[in-house]
Structure formats: structure tokens, C-alpha cells
Design a protein around this ligand. Structure first.
Ligand code: ADP
Length: 265
């Protein structure tokens, strides 16, 4: 149910009452609302970098071009804003493929240990720069799991890059994998960073939801990383949850079905 309040104004008396309307929002309406909100968000997210690019180009045209140092900086800004738009559009394409179920999983047997070591390798430069330590802990018995390597890499990249983005210099990240029962592998990415306030936790997997929009933008975030991760894990038949304590750190855990080779033969 959606409730709207409309005050009744009278020129001579001011507010004399309120009209309260209770809307029975059906599932259909809710979907329509979500869709509209999504389109509005996408438009806004694309408009912001475009407006920035436009104003920097105008500044270049108005004379900044004659000052090489300034021109260099302005071109740098337009370039990074362009890169953000590319990231955003790429993320949107991924989401739309996942939504339309066009994303057929290309599963293969994958060593979980190797996969996690390689994620850490991909971020080694960034981790070093920020003096963030990363620990990989994989339970011996796991071995290989049947999964879509590209897509799970995308999930891991999103989670580890979030852990780095939202953790201070000198922080600690732990990526671990274990069997939570005989049929489920559990992979977790944990950091000791800024954490997420309790009030935001419920909405954190929503598209474009961010705790701090400015900070996310500065870090180059699109606000779509966690929603993409959730879609990919769902497509694998797993689940993803996030636990966080404000100012202490965050832990994102996802599960994947654990099937042994003989069961799929
Ligand atoms: P973004 O591109 O903004 O990082 P995500 O969908 O990946 O988008 O994450 C949504 C929001 O969740 C982020 O903007 C941030 O506020 C919060 N968040 C995600 N991961 C973490 C984390 N490890 N620590 C603190 N906050 C996080």
C-alpha cells in the first residue's frame, strides 16, 4: 500500500485539513514504478558525466587550450568521465542480458584456489599502492567447482574492488572459501573498511543504491556492482548476502552449488 498526503489549503485560513489516499499498489504497478525509477536513474547517471564533459570542453574552447598545463588537466577529466560512461553502459548491458535470461552460463570445472589467487593478482598493483593486505584462505577439500568462470570472476572483481574502494590505506581484506555443507561452497570477501550504516543494509543490492553517492562516484563506481553480482549468483543457483558494521568492516558471502564430477556424468 502506498499512502499519499495532500494538504488542503484555503487562502484565508491556511491549511485546514489533509486528504489521505491509500493506493493498493499491485505487483504490476510496483514493477512499473521500479522500471520508471530505473530509467530515471540511468538518465541521471549518464547526464552527470555528459554535463561535466561539456563544461570542460567549453572551458577548453574559451581559452584553457592556450595553457598547456590546464588543458592537460581538463582533457584528463573528460577522459575519465568518458571511461565512467563506458563502464556504466557495459554494466547496463550485462544487467539487461542477465535480466532477459540471454546469459547462458558457460560452466566449466574450475579450481577455486587458483581462481581466488588470480583475483588477488589482478588487484596486486592497487593493493600495493594502498598498502592493503589480502589473504586468500581456501579449504583443502574444495578442489574444483562447476561454474561460469568469466561471470564468477566478474562477481569477485566487483566484491574485491568494493573492498578496496571502501577500506582505508593499510587495511586488511580476506577472501575465503569453504564448504558450508556437502552441497554448498561458500565464498566470502571481508574487509575492515568503513562499513555500511544499518539503515542502508536492506537496499544495498538495489540498482544504483549507494550509501554515499559522491564517494562512490569519486571512486569510479557505477552503483551497479552488487546488483550484477546478485544476478550472476542467482543464475548459478546460489545466494549472496552482505553483513556490515559501520566503521568496522563488511563481509559479502555468496554460495554456489557444490556438485562432484560423478554426479554430473
Ligand atoms: P558502487 O559502484 O557504488 O561501488 P555497488 O553496487 O558495488 O556500487 O555497491 C553499492 C554501494 O554499497 C556502494 O556505493 C557502497 O556505498 C556500498 N558498499 C559496497 N561494498 C562495500 C564495502 N565493502 N564496504 C563499504 N561499503 C560498501
Amino acid at each position: 500500500i502506498r499512502v499519499t498526503f495532500t494538504p488542503i489549503h484555503r487562502r484565508d485560513l491556511g491549511v485546514t485539513g489533509t486528504i489521505v489516499v491509500l493506493h493498493d499498489v499491485t505487483e504490476q504497478e510496483e514493477l512499473e514504478l521500479a522500471r520508471r525509477e530505473f530509467v530515471a536513474n540511468v538518465s541521471h547517471e549518464l547526464r552527470t558525466p555528459l554535463t561535466t564533459i561539456k563544461s570542460y570542453l567549453e572551458a577548453l574552447e574559451d581559452g584553457a587550450l592556450e595553457e598547456p598545463a590546464l588543458a592537460h588537466r581538463f582533457i584528463g577529466v573528460t577522459r575519465s568521465e568518458t571511461e565512467r560512461m563506458i563502464r556504466l553502459v557495459t554494466d547496463l548491458l550485462h544487467l539487461s542480458r542477465l535480466d532477459s535470461k540471454q546469459a547462458i552460463l558457460a560452466k566449466s570445472w574450475t579450481s577455486v584456489g587458483e581462481m581466488l589467487d588470480e583475483v588477488a593478482d589482478r588487484f596486486s598493483f592497487q593493493l600495493q599502492q594502498r598498502r592493503i593486505d589480502i589473504a586468500i584462505e581456501v579449504a583443502d577439500e574444495i578442489g574444483e567447482v562447476l561454474l561460469d568462470r568469466d561471470k564468477i570472476d566478474q562477481v569477485l572483481d566487483n566484491l574485491v574492488s568494493n573492498a578496496i574502494k571502501y577500506t582505508g590505506d593499510g587495511g586488511q581484506i580476506t577472501v575465503s572459501a569453504r564448504l558450508s555443507d556437502s552441497e554448498t561452497v561458500e565464498v566470502a570477501v571481508k574487509d575492515n573498511g568503513i562499513g555500511i550504516p544499518k539503515k542502508d543494509l536492506d537496499r544495498i543490492f538495489e540498482r544504483f543504491y549507494r550509501v554515499d553517492k559522491a564517494r562512490s562516484r569519486n571512486m569510479g563506481g557505477t552503483g551497479l556492482g552488487l546488483s550484477i553480482a546478485r544476478e550472476i549468483i542467482k543464475a548459478h543457483g546460489g545466494a549472496i548476502v552482505l553483513e556490515s558494521e559501520y566503521n568496522h568492516g563488511t563481509k559479502v558471502t555468496f554460495t554456489l552449488p557444490y556438485v562432484r564430477e560423478e554426479e554430473t556424468a
